[in-house]
Write a protein that binds this ligand. Structure first.
Ligand SMILES: Nc1ncnc2c1ncn2[C@@H]1O[C@H](COP(=O)(O)OP(=O)(O)OP(=O)(O)O)[C@@H](O)[C@H]1O
Length: 278
């Protein structure tokens, strides 16, 4: 852009944080949680969780069942707001802005922070419509051609286009489980989110379909910040650059994935990764 003096102004986005997050080069912090507590009625499910999640990297949340991984994931796009007994305290910022600010539009937030669930959940509509739905309701396409481009490019990015290009008008629910999960990822990508939350995205899939999703995650992290809950430590080790270990609602430790799995600082992490509990 050129200003009134005729000077060329550099409007490119500058990193806001020092490139100092170990395990990720040149990382900018995307998500910051500060002393987050979650209660379900009397149950204190998440206790004083503070963490920084870097941009364009994969962060894995691991820990035994019921330790609060999904609860924390759902805080990042305010999905816990839909649970009437859930009460959230503390602060979560995305790009330095408080996502619990009462003036924030939650619908917009959920477009910026997409989510992929454990069980693939395509709409009972065509493959095309599954992906077109979000861009249409968010007004992201100017016309039909634009919409078609978004659908095709989202399916390509989700590694599904070649498999479905001849049957875009067939039902999404007729695809295999792995294809359905990639369709759900395409649907999430279609609204150009910045962050994709994945809650055990491979747990309903066979090893081959899971491997495809893992490859996809590796590609997607070039453009998106990804936070994945997984029960598989092997998966966390394969796909993530950083790992956070939760236990009984507490974030025990967080760090570069290879360090968490080879030389954790905390005994509880050591016990979990060596299979002593969980
Ligand atoms: N909607 C809810 N209502 C009441 N309690 C809940 C609700 N969701 C989660 N909890 C409780 O909060 C705690 C944390 O649950 P959460 O699902 O976050 O754990 P998790 O680590 O993701 O578990 P898993 O690995 O089994 O999915 C558990 O004790 C759980 O029973």
């Amino acid at each position: 852009m050129v200003n009134n003096n005729g000077d060329v102004m550099d409007l490119s986005v500058k990193p806001t944080a020092a490139p100092s997050i170990p395990g990720v080069n040149q990382a900018k912090t995307k998500i910051t949680a500060d002393r987050v507590n979650v209660y379900y009625g009397e149950k204190h499910a998440l206790k004083d969780v503070s963490i920084e999640i870097p941009e364009r990297a994969v962060m894995a949340f691991i820990g035994p069942s019921g330790c609060g991984k999904s609860t924390f994931l759902r805080c990042i796009n305010r999905m816990n707001d839909t649970i009437s007994i859930a009460k959230i305290q503390g602060r979560i910022d995305i790009d330095g802005h408080d996502i619990y600010d009462p003036s924030l539009d939650v619908v917009q937030l959920r477009a910026r922070v997409g989510m992929v669930f454990q069980k693939p959940n395509p709409f009972p509509k065509s493959i095309f419509e599954n992906v077109a739905y979000g861009p249409r309701i968010h007004g992201l396409a100017n016309d039909k051609t634009d919409l078609e481009e978004i659908v095709v490019s989202s399916l390509r990015k989700a590694g599904l286009f070649e498999e479905v290009k001849d049957r875009l008008l067939d039902s999404g629910t007729g695809l295999s489980g792995g294809q359905q999960q990639r369709l759900c990822i395409a649907r999430a990508i279609a609204v150009s989110p910045e962050i994709i939350l994945m809650d055990e995205p491979c747990s309903a899939l066979d090893p081959i379909a899971s491997a495809k999703i893992e490859e996809l995650i590796a590609d997607l992290r070039q453009n998106f910040t990804i936070v994945i809950v997984t029960h598989s430590m092997q998966q966390a080790a394969r796909v993530s650059q950083r790992t956070a270990f939760f236990h009984l609602g507490v974030l025990v430790e967080e760090g570069p994935t290879d360090e968490i799995f080879t030389k954790p600082r905390e005994q509880r992490t050591q016990d979990y990764i060596t299979g002593r509990f969980g």
